[in-house]
Every structure is written in C-alpha cells, then in structure tokens.
Design a protein around this ligand. Structure first.
Ligand code: FES
Length: 319
C-alpha cells in the first residue's frame, strides 16, 4: 500500500492566503512515521497531484498537517485544494517521503524559512526542540499577517529559538541572508526552503560553505529554470539495460513520458524535478541533470526522468 485515505479533520486560517489542513486516519489510528522534512503527495479531485511538506511535530503520529498558500497565478493545484477540500472530506495521500532530512549528528542547526517554505522547517524545529538540540529558526515573511503558525511558534519565540523577519515586500528590508551566512563555523548545518528569490539568495550566500552542511528544498522550480526546461532539448537515446531496447527521446518529450509510452512504468508526481518519485538508476552515459533534489554523488548513478535528459550518446538505464 503506497497511499492512504485520510480524513480532513480541521482546516485553519493561518495567515494571508494560507490555510492549514489537518489530516487524520478515519479510524483514529497512528499514521506512518514522517521524519521532519517529509512531504506527502495530495491527490486532488481532478487527478492533479501536488506535494506538500508536513509541518506538524513528527512525534505526533495521529495527524499530518500541511499548509497551503493559495496561489491565484500558480498551476491551479493550491487554488483547487483551497476551493474543494473541506472538513469531513476524505483525501488520498501518498506515504511520506523525505528529501530534506535533518543531519542527526550535527552539532548545530540553522533553519531559514521564507513564506510558505516554513512548513518543513517547522517540523524540524519541533523535533530539534524536543531533543534539546542547538538550533535557531529564522522565519522570513512579508508581514506578521503573512506568517503562518505564529501562535504555535509562540513558546519557541519566547525561548529565543525563533526569530521573525518581516520585509514589507522588499527583501532588502528583511533578513540579511548574506550577512547571516557569511561565516561558517565548521559545525553548523543550514537548512532553507522558500520562494525562488529567497532560494537564490540563500544559495548564493552559502556558495563558500562545505556542500554537505547546506540542505535545501525547492517547492517550486526557479522561474529562469522553468523557462529553460520548457525549451525543447535535442533528441537523445536511452537503452533499457535488461532488454537492450533503445528508445529515442525526442525534443519536448521527457524520458519518463517515452518510457511510459513504451509500457515501462515509472511513477511520477511533481514532473518538475522536485520530488524524486521518477528517479531511476543509470549504468553508463552522460546526463544533463535538471532536478533540484539529487546531490553530486547521487547524480553519478541516478537521474530524475521527468526533467533530466541524455547529454549525448546512449544513456543506459538500470531498468
Ligand atoms: S516526478 Fe518529481 S522529480 Fe520527477
């Protein structure tokens, strides 16, 4: 079983445009474990699937809580969810997956959340606080009214573990991300999640940090990259290692589309290189990696087939 049918027990208005949705087992049972940083796929009525990070304390096994920003100009998933998902509805969700895990043995953790990107970091803060870990959460938002979960953060804010930074819509008036991350002490791990401009600022500010100490999760493809991935790339060839079958990947079609058309089932979810559902191992060949989740080591043996492409020659897939 890789999906769950959950009951929407509560919907709360959390901040401007943001609702949280509490999902529980209809029979009151415990839910599968979801370490901080985990996300679930939500299957919407029209067949749309969207990923949302879990924000609740991972120790609370009786519920999953997601927070959704209604984006009028988005792909439609958040609007559909806001408009069609109501209390007492049942909704199909995937088992939790985690591409944004805390490093268990890190001495210190710095969490930086921008806007709705706060959700996985909130789950991390709950776990770190319960463990008595050395951590701090910076929460960047436009105004206090745009910051979700302020009440839930109150006790952590009172303890000095959480700082809010409101920029009024002008990032220059908000948290000095470059200044905050200018020095690294060799023991702190930094984790960040937020909108594209915020992600770019954090990526730039951590360029000189050791790679293994910087952790991030995109919930949306950066705008420039989204335009790039929409540009048809050249034709490539993949080979199925178990059968020797070769398939052409024409411009404008993804590897996973071609595989599925050929009857080789590879599951997908975000189709944006963000979730890892479509990841496949490869045995030889060059890959033009276009994802946002695999690290350099993983990219040596794996690719996300929804966005990445053969980079020339034959790409042999371990299928
Ligand atoms: S389907 Fe999400 S990374 Fe490919």
């Amino acid at each position: 079983m890789d999906t769950l049918l959950l009951l929407v027990r509560q919907i709360r208005f959390e901040a401007v445009g943001i609702n949280s949705y509490e999902l529980v087992d209809p029979n009151g049972g415990e839910l599968p474990p979801a370490p901080p940083g985990s996300h679930i796929d939500i299957h919407l009525k029209d067949g749309t699937i969207r990923q949302y990070s879990l924000s609740n304390d991972p120790a609370d096994r009786r519920r999953y809580v997601i927070a959704v920003l209604k984006e009028e100009a988005g792909r439609g998933g958040s609007k559909l969810l806001h408009d069609s998902l109501h209390v007492q509805h049942r909704v199909t969700v995937s088992l939790p997956r985690n591409n944004f895990a805390l490093v268990a043995d890190a001495k210190r953790h710095m969490l930086i959340g921008g806007g709705i990107g706060i959700t996985p970091l909130k789950a991390m803060a709950h776990q770190l606080d319960a463990a008595g870990a050395d951590y701090h959460l910076h929460y960047c938002a436009k105004t206090a009214d745009h910051a979700a979960f302020r009440e839930e953060f109150a006790h952590l804010t009172a303890k000095g573990q959480v700082s809010f930074h409101f920029d009024g819509g002008n990032p220059a008036d908000g948290l000095d991300i470059a200044g905050l991350l200018r020095e690294h002490d060799g023991v702190t791990h930094v984790y960040y999640c937020g909108p594209p401009g915020f992600m770019a600022a954090c990526a730039s500010a951590t360029e000189h940090w050791p790679k293994g100490m910087v952790h991030s999760e995109h919930f949306k493809a950066p705008v420039a990259d989204a335009a790039k991935s929409a540009t048809p790339a050249g034709t490539g060839i993949v080979e199925i290692a178990s059968t020797g079958q070769r398939l052409e990947i024409p411009p404008g079609q993804s590897i996973v589309d071609v595989l599925n058309d050929a009857g080789i089932a590879v599951p997908t979810s975000c189709v944006s290189g963000l979730c890892g559902t479509c990841t496949v191992r490869y045995l030889s060949g060059e890959v033009d990696h276009q994802d946002y989740i695999l690290d350099d080591e993983e990219r040596g043996t794996q690719l996300t087939t929804c966005v990445s492409r053969p980079a020339g020659g034959v790409l042999v897939l371990d299928l």
